[in-house]
Design a protein around this ligand. Sequence first.
Ligand code: ADP
Ligand code: MG
Length: 268
Amino acid sequence: MAIIDVQQVTKVFGPDPDSVLPLLQQKWSKERIYRETKHTVGVNEVSFSVQPGEIFVIMGLSGSGKSTLVRLLNRLIDPTHGKIEIHGKDIVRMNAEELRQVRRQTISMVFQKFALFPHRTVAQNVEYGLEVQGVEKKARRDKALESLRLVGLQDWADSLPSQLSGGMQQRVGLARALANDPDILLMDEAFSALDPLIRKDMQDELLELQETMKKTIIFITHDLDEALRIGDRIALMKDGSVVQIGKPEEIMMNPANAYVERFVEDVD
Ligand code: ADP
Ligand code: MG
């Protein structure tokens, strides 16, 4: 069974999002909708499902709707239309307690800006989520050290973030996301701020880590090379819609339309 199931999800931003749904049905473009109604289409009729243990890449240019989709999956925002199921449960219908449970145990997020607390040690940063949940001190320290070991930073536990390089800080961000042992990792442009070489290293490390941890990973990127390296499958987005979903080789060999073809031509 799919661990994530997204069915015909649409997100419109503005004062009366529902009023825009019929216009989308009539195939109005995102530009026209903005011009005539001042609503922004974030995500338009997106459907996909993800299997446990899969690395599912969502890729597209800036503004194509990737972050909106991630925020929907985490229910930081509600869809205007459509259904999002995690482990077979509709997250839009969950009450506050069920949602808290999902955020604690099921989904973790890794951000592009590592968002580490500068005055807390590396281990204290990794522990933060567990601390908020009320996990007692010894247990959360143990968990933090275990997470840091996974990303190769066990010797840096008591350093401050500023003593670490950008790549290492991002590994702390990853360790923090792993600390509550989630089933699903959401990584929104997690490597995009890193230098190209460090970025390649991080991609390799993530793939290596995935061999043992077997998480379900939603990996967002605007970089096709990265998508092809990392993804078991890739969903390519344009203007809020998914234009193609497939394995890297399928996208390369059989681009669904001229837009995907142009993307693929640029790969070295
Ligand atoms: P990406 O992550 O692919 O760069 P986003 O999901 O951030 O794209 O944005 C998709 C579209 O939704 C953009 O046109 C953006 O301006 C719009 N958008 C995102 N968040 C909001 C918001 N809170 N209010 C209005 N428009 C938004
Ligand atoms: Mg984004």
